[in-house]
Structures are given as C-alpha cells and as structure tokens.
Write a protein that binds this ligand. Sequence first.
Ligand code: COA
Length: 160
Amino acid sequence: MSELLTHLYGQQHRLCSTPAGQLTLVLSREREIDLIELEQLCDAVGWSRRPLRRVRRALQNSLLLVGLWRHDPRLPKLVGFARCTGDGIVDATIWDVAVHPLYQGAGLGKQLMAYVLELLQQQQVERVSLFADPGVVAFYEAQGWELEPLQRRCAFWYAP
Ligand SMILES: CC(C)(COP(=O)(O)OP(=O)(O)OC[C@H]1O[C@@H](n2cnc3c(N)ncnc32)[C@H](O)[C@@H]1OP(=O)(O)O)[C@@H](O)C(=O)NCCC(=O)NCCS
C-alpha cells in the first residue's frame, strides 16, 4: 500500500487521521492538481468562479500547491486544497484554503494547514500570513494564528 501511495501522491505525502477511519485521505504537494476538479471544489465551498486560464497561471506562479485527496487506486478525488505564494525565503502567504463540505468538521482543515506550515518551515520561510474571511477567523485563531498588528511571526489580516 505505501508504495502505491508514494506512486500516486509522491514521497512527501501524508496520511490524514479521520474519525471514522474508513476512508483514506492523503495530503500531497506532488500530485498534480486538475483544474476542473479544483473548480468543482471551489464551487462546492461557494466561491465565485475565476477564468481557468488565470487559475492555471496563478497555480504555475505559486510557491506551493497542496491537495487533499480521497484515495482511490484508480482515480483519487480532490477534496481539499491550499496554495502559497511568496519569495519562499522571507515571506509566504497562504491562499484558497478549502475542504469539501462533505469532508468538513473531521479535522482535515487543521491537518491541511499543519502540513502546509511544515512544508514552509522546511524551506525556512520566516513569516507566513493569510487573509481570513470573517467566518473563519476563529478557525485560524484556534490554531495559533494571530491578528495583525501584533507583528508576530504568523499573522493574518482581514481587510474590511
Ligand atoms: C475553513 C475550512 C477549511 C475548515 O475545514 P474543516 O476540515 O472543516 O476544519 P477542521 O475540521 O479541521 O476544524 C478544526 C477546528 O476548527 C473548528 N472550525 C472549523 N471551521 C471553523 C470556522 N469556520 N470557524 C470557527 N471554527 C471552525 C472546528 O470546529 C475544529 O475545532 P476543534 O479542533 O475544537 O474540534 C472549511 O470549513 C472550508 O473549506 N470552508 C469553506 C472555504 C473557506 O472559507 N476557506 C477559508 C478561506 S479564508
């Protein structure tokens, strides 16, 4: 099984823990993100659509892309996503954090964020920020993120 997972999701994949334990959910920075699947995920969480060619370029220009996959040996399904932009040394910003509504509330968003931060820390990025929608500020705060202008290492802004 582990060889198959490495083949599908890359060396740095991580298995997620889930309450039911029946599904295999995998975080991966290496498995390629399909634009249509990503669009479907964004639709599912209620985000407005962006032109696919612009999304493609945005992904190409990103520092890090992370997919959360429901494992299937034939066709893994994208059920979560996050990406980062930045210089990869001093600064990174996390964007487009999403977990499909069917999979929310199971600790996957938290594991997705932890995975992203670990990968950024491996690159020794000094400062990470994100822009949180008002309805998810508490989600980030519970994970130790602090509101600007406290000027701590991890920070996020919300522009009203
Ligand atoms: C925000 C989101 C990524 C959270 O994913 P998730 O898998 O449901 O989150 P988790 O199950 O890992 O939740 C972890 C903890 O945060 C809490 N939490 C989850 N969403 C929350 C929210 N919107 N506000 C406050 N707390 C929240 C959970 O209750 C849980 O608490 P616990 O550790 O005490 O049990 C997901 O709800 C989502 O994709 N939302 C739509 C898109 C979105 O708004 N993205 C953020 C853009 S800034």
